[in-house]
Design a protein around this ligand. Structure first.
Ligand code: ARG
Length: 298
């Protein structure tokens, strides 16, 4: 089997050939005490510097914590750090997983922008208090890799979906694939409003994905359609303005999504999912929503 796949004709496996991975049972969240828009590193942040309503952000974040707890997840909360306003987007600093020998491991990110680099140490410190083996990419080879912003596990399978072009490089996915001995389907991202893979691809379960098609190349779309039986598409408005695709489906059935994504929500319900809407407007000012405000863990 190949390691990194960049075109559909290279795909030489069936999902059922790949080792299984358990579904996560814990969630990590970072308290938004120091969350704000202090710089512009993606197009959504423009015009929002200093514009976050802190009380509202805390309310929105607390509702999400309650949502995970109601679904039965064990929510781990850590403090944010002063001077790291984006640390709250804790999908980005790492890529945790359960290896085929059942050990818990995590690959630490190398953030693309200077503004976010120090977040990785803070999150690594937390993993070191947990039973995770901490792995690093080689900084001599890899310049940037933004964790689960750009590397998404297929539901319960040892297969990664890797986005590249803005925050993570193809080189990074090659090295992740080597280090983890895991195939990576590499998808080029072509629209800077969808700068992380988690803004345009949401793995719902083994058979279903939610995507925003215009963020991908034709070859990328072919690979997505090859491996998912059902692909739900978000409209431009809901994907771009409401971050509809930055949803999460932690158990393969319940979808947490930004409030008001009427079109996508109907499609999700028609496909049998339970939809739970959350307001994340304060976080959308920074270019993130439900998916990137947490890290799923084992
Ligand atoms: N302001 C943050 C950034 O530009 C937002 C990150 C959102 N995370 C995500 N995975 N989409 O890095």
């Amino acid at each position: 089997m190949k390691k990194i796949y960049t075109s559909v004709s290279q795909i030489d496996f069936n999902l059922s050939d790949l080792p299984k991975m358990p579904a996560p049972s814990r969630v990590l969240m970072v308290k938004p005490t120091y969350f704000d828009v202090e710089y512009v590193i993606n197009p959504h942040m423009k015009g929002h510097i200093g514009g976050v309503d802190k009380m509202q952000a805390l309310n929105e974040w607390e509702h999400l914590v309650d949502g995970y707890e109601e679904l039965g997840f064990d929510v781990q909360i850590i403090k944010g750090e002063k001077g790291l306003p984006d640390m709250v987007f804790c999908a980005n600093q790492s890529l945790p997983f359960v290896d085929t020998d059942d050990t818990k491991k995590v690959v630490m990110s190398i953030m693309h922008t200077d503004e976010r680099k120090r977040e990785v140490e803070a999150i690594e410190k937390w993993y070191r208090t947990q039973d995770y083996e901490v792995l690093h990419l080689d900084p001599a080879i890899v310049n940037d890799f933004e964790g689960m912003g750009d590397a998404l596990w297929h539901f319960k399978r040892q297969l990664l979906w890797g986005g590249y072009g803005f925050r993570s490089s193809l080189k990074a996915h090659e090295q992740v694939s080597e280090l983890l001995d895991t195939p990576v389907i590499a998808l080029e991202l072509v629209d800077d409003k969808f700068y992380h893979l988690d803004t345009c691809l949401c793995v719902l379960n083994e058979k279903h994905a939610l995507i925003y098609p215009d963020a991908f190349t034709e070859e990328g779309l072919k690979m997505i359609h090859k491996l998912f039986e059902n692909v739900i598409e978000a409209t431009k408005y809901e994907a771009e303005k409401m971050f509809a695709v930055n949803a999460t489906c932690p158990d393969g059935r319940n979808v947490f999504i930004q409030q008001g994504c009427t079109d996508v929500n109907q499609k999700l319900r028609d496909a049998g999912f339970s939809v739970h809407e959350f307001s994340t407007y304060e976080f959308i000012k920074s270019g993130g929503s439900v998916f990137c405000m947490k890290m799923m863990l084992w």
